[in-house]
Design a protein around this ligand. Sequence first.
Ligand code: MN
Ligand code: MN
Length: 473
Amino acid sequence: MKSKLSKKKVEELRKRLVRKPQLVWDLVRPGEKKKIFEFAERYKGFLDGAKTEREGVHAIESFAKENGFKDITKGGGGKKFYKINKNKNIALAVLGKNPLSSGMNLIASHIDSPRLDLKQNPLYEEVDLAFLKTHYYGGIKKYQWLARPLAIHGTVLKKDGHALDLQIGESPKDPVFTIADLLPHLSRKLQSDKKVSEAFEGEKLNLLVGSLPLGDDETKERFKLAVLEYLFSAYGVIEEDLMSAEIEIVPAGRARDVGFDRGLIGAYGQDDRACAYASLEALGGVETPEKAAVALFMDKEEIGSEGSTGAKSRFLEDFVSDLFEGTGQEASAKALRSCLMKSRALSADANAALDPDYQEVHEKRNAARIGYGVCITKFTGSRGKYGSSDANAEYLADIRRLFNGNKVVWQTGEIGKVDEGGGGTIAKFLAVYGMEVLDCGTPILSMHSPFEIASKADIYMTYKAYHAFFDKI
Ligand code: MN
Ligand code: MN
């Protein structure tokens, strides 16, 4: 039997053996604290300018151009390239010292967020008010979208194919739109006594857009007509144009600091623009990495990564083929497959932070916490890891060493207690190529709500993690 250890020895053992979660604010020096707050300002600017995937692509392209990236479809040499897929999905690359055949370091995020989309035939009037019908996109709690200012962002393709970009409700001079909710005096039977999942119907998420009539009381549908008249005089848009449009209803307003100390950011769409922006700025700061560094910004993650701009599409293969050809190599099926197989990826997605008011849905020892740095998640999925790609321990060991060696404050997380719920990311769609993939992103409170919360410290550590991944691995 071992002899009894002294108090000092026990403390020494504890220090050596036990992992202590590290609060970023306890570790950073004043210089780095300043960097955290400066990064947050740039990030808020990105959030305000990129509320939809199309706006995201536009903002990312502007950043790419300012930082010397060239459109790969236009030819020409260099080491920094980008490619846009159908205005909703974009990839950036910085070529490395090693040839592409040795694999890439890839960070993939998504730039779509839950919202309300307009239906194809949206405009109607009811009790002398004009409305637009919507169909929600992604996982929302419907009641969070009622009785709040909403903005219209989108693109309308007119009869002649000409594209018109709309953004109404963000400038203080603009009107906003809203979905009215039932007053509490009358909502007992229809809402309060029902299960939440039944109390709010998708078909009742109708956007209030007008109240002034056109013509006189003989005029048919004069409130609807008044809106059409406005759309035509302001934008040259007719009703049928709304059928070839993608118009998204998002919360109106800018990203804000939250709390007396301004340590948090509250904004729409931080899932997953926190990771998107962190990977963008990380790549912008990379000049000559060992291996090619690629940042991929996907669409359609919130509806299962379907579609030609989602992670299930072949856009990544197409972009990597272009990189091969751009460097004078043949993009044979074998070369492409081998490059992807040897690549390493971070699936850069937001994770659910431990909710102070609903701690019972988390398992506290394994939940990510606000302020404890970037979160790595070995597996997602639900009911027995179903639907998860489950990262390899060998790869986790590499990433752990990388982060520890580069002063990245990190923690692990999971999407809730076992059997509580769960979720997925695009990790599994990258894993099909045989590349190593690990989920790694920012913990978020109030995720998928119109006002998601993240810590400035965690967002900055996400950036630092991604920069190390591109530049130091
Ligand atoms: Mn996400
Ligand atoms: Mn999401």
